[in-house]
Design a protein around this ligand. Sequence first.
Ligand code: NAD
Length: 357
Amino acid sequence: MSIGFLKSDIIPLMPNTINEIKKLNLEIFFEKKIAEHIYIDDEEFEKLGAKALTKEEILNSCDIIVYYRFNYNDIEYIRRNSILIGLFDPFVNKEKLKLLLEKQLTIFSLELIPRISRAQSMDVLSSLATIAGYKAVIISAYYFNRIFPLLMTSAGNLLPAKVFIIGAGVAGLSAIATAKRLGAYVSAYDVRISTKEQVESLGAKFVDLGLFSQEEKYGYAKKMDEEFYKRQREALKEYLKDVDIVITTASVIGAKAPILITKDMVEVMKKGSIIVDLAVEKGGNCELTKYNEIYEYNGVRIIGIPNLPALVPYHSSFMFSNNIKNFLKIIIKDGSLNLNLNDEIIRETLINNEKVI
Ligand code: NAD
């Protein structure tokens, strides 16, 4: 079977993964100049036995096509019976996925990789969230008009920045660790009580608002009703008065992100403070977030830059391509597709008609 990897800001094939993919008896193709933005040229891939093609050639000829984020504009160019792997944003694109299924395509949507120990090495959401949490803190530090660490100097004492993380999942924990390393005073809140210990183990303060929810399958937060979110906002409003940087990462699987910071809450924040809204692609956790903009309201800058991992393309590609290689080891056996639906990883990621209803 042949496999083709497509170019994107975060790439699904890096040279270090080629040898292991070859062992699966796959013939490897990649889109020309796939890694030029991270200064790896085609020859480096070719030396290891992969071959460069144009995008059209890959779409026309490869049995398996691997994307970072699937491009729904490609639908008409993809051959019937192809196998597609990538991020399909399946909860948002149900109608488009139906069209793909009508073309007899086999689709693996990587957002659906189950959060189980055996799948950790292929968990692309964790890889991307780890980088996003890091980059969110770095961006906030760049825009903040003070420094992060406590500094006692002969020119006076500089107080540490107060960084508050809302949502202590993978991105939130990565943000906590990064802000701690920069010397900030860090606190965090999450609706899942199990995060308290994780936050504290990183040396941050857990802010207990007395508001917790149940966990869904695979440890995701449960969607709560508007009354719950209203109580959360009231409790958060008090806390926001005293922080400098807020990084919001709160997300609910299959739904829009909850609004946790409203306009009146931004109004109580200190002028000069920063909000980085990591939930921007799911609608945002702050009511005022503008997609792909840095918007200033009442002296508070609200950063709505999407796809932060793409701003760290080398390491994001390194992690993403390793995840892909590990996923291929599950779905390919002896050079053929292994559609063993008794395997939870295959069953959960495979898009079928039931998942697009
Ligand atoms: P996510 O991106 O879905 O959400 C981010 C965080 O926002 C979560 O911690 C969630 O609890 C929190 N949140 C949601 N609504 C909130 C609200 N109203 N207020 C405050 N916080 C809110 O989560 P994620 O980072 O993808 O992690 C989801 C789960 O998966 C976690 O339990 C995590 O530990 C688990 N996980 C397991 C594995 C594995 O075992 N393979 C790998 C990664 C993550």
